[in-house]
Design a protein around this ligand. Structure first.
Ligand SMILES: [Zn+2]
Length: 311
């Protein structure tokens, strides 16, 4: 069965499908090519960053203007955000609630919520891993669909949303929103396999389908467990920990679930360094996560609200 699934994958095709959850700024990027504001040439190149904002340079020899793309300028329209985001980030990263952030910053709850999601959208985009490799552990997280903040009646029935968390020995974390109601073969084919590197050794935990899938995938792809790894367990409880962590938000809207999953992964990576001292068959533990924020994408409030869960 799995062999058929794996063989039926046309990589790129399926990949697109599971990648479209990432609609941040992509929309903006697609809206129009970047053009030089002076001569309107589209012949421009990326030219470093300024305050975390992508700069461009016009390649038209008579012009050579350098400029930033206003469409991706995270600070356009919001002077308040520009002036306060660093301070806000400090509170945010400490894990203060929205209400506390709002009170300390003298902003409304709605603004605090918006700012939170601008950070998270940015974080989500930056931490996105196309294909996770090396030694990969898969665990399953099941949540009920949540319509928090959405107006209108959504019925009594709430679907289960299945997230598969993939964690590797480099501490890369890929949280894949993998299925609605259940995790079947097609969900695995369309949403999980394209996110796993062809040379990765995969281990499934807790869930029998994940276990079977992982074994089958290794066999089909003929990948063996590296000797230096040998029964290493990174964190079998990762998914359970995420579930507990989510409790403090009193439920999160499913359309923002990817934001929260990225946030959790980010926090986890920042906090686990010392907890992990006992496992040293591992490469090295990754302390270089940049806790100081650099926000380099723009997403409008409208686009944050308009999000949907893509499963
Ligand atoms: Zn130009």
């Amino acid at each position: 069965m799995y062999r058929t699934l794996v063989n039926s994958i046309k990589d790129d095709e399926n990949f697109k499908k599971c990648n479209n959850n990432f609609n941040i700024t992509k929309e903006d990027k697609e809206k129009g090519k970047i053009e030089c504001p002076k001569c309107h040439s589209e012949n421009v190149i990326k030219f470093g960053f300024y305050n975390g904002i992508q700069r461009y340079k016009c390649k038209n020899e008579d012009c050579c203007k350098t400029f930033i793309d206003e469409k991706s300028n995270p600070f356009r329209y919001s002077k308040k955000f520009k002036e306060n985001w660093e301070q806000y980030f400090e509170l945010f990263i400490k894990g203060l609630s929205l209400r506390e952030c709002a009170a300390k910053m003298g902003i409304t709850l709605v603004t605090a919520f918006f700012w939170r999601h601008r950070f998270l959208a940015d974080l989500c985009e930056k931490s996105y891993i196309k294909k996770i490799g090396s030694y990969v552990e898969l665990t399953k997280l099941v949540l009920y669909e949540n319509f928090k903040g959405d107006r209108g009646y959504h019925g009594e029935e709430r679907d289960k949303i299945i997230v598969v968390n993939a964690l590797n020995d480099y501490m890369d974390i890929s949280s894949i929103i993998a299925g609605r109601k259940f995790l079947g073969f097609y969900e695995i084919r369309d949403n999980i396999i394209p996110r796993i590197d062809a040379k990765a050794y995969v281990v499934g935990f807790q869930d029998s389908r994940l276990k079977m899938f992982a074994n089958a995938l290794n066999e089909i792809r003929n990948v063996k467990l590296r000797e230096d790894i040998n029964e290493l367990k990174i964190d079998l409880a990762y998914s359970n920990k995420v579930k507990k962590w989510l409790i403090k938000f009193n439920g999160v809207a499913s359309k923002y679930l990817d934001h929260y999953l990225s946030w959790r992964a980010f926090e986890y990576k920042n906090n686990t360094e010392y907890e992990r001292k006992n496992i040293f068959s591992m490469k090295k533990v990754y302390s270089q996560i940049n806790v100081k924020a650099k926000i380099s994408t723009y997403i409008s409030w409208g686009n944050i609200k308009k999000r949907t869960i893509e499963i």
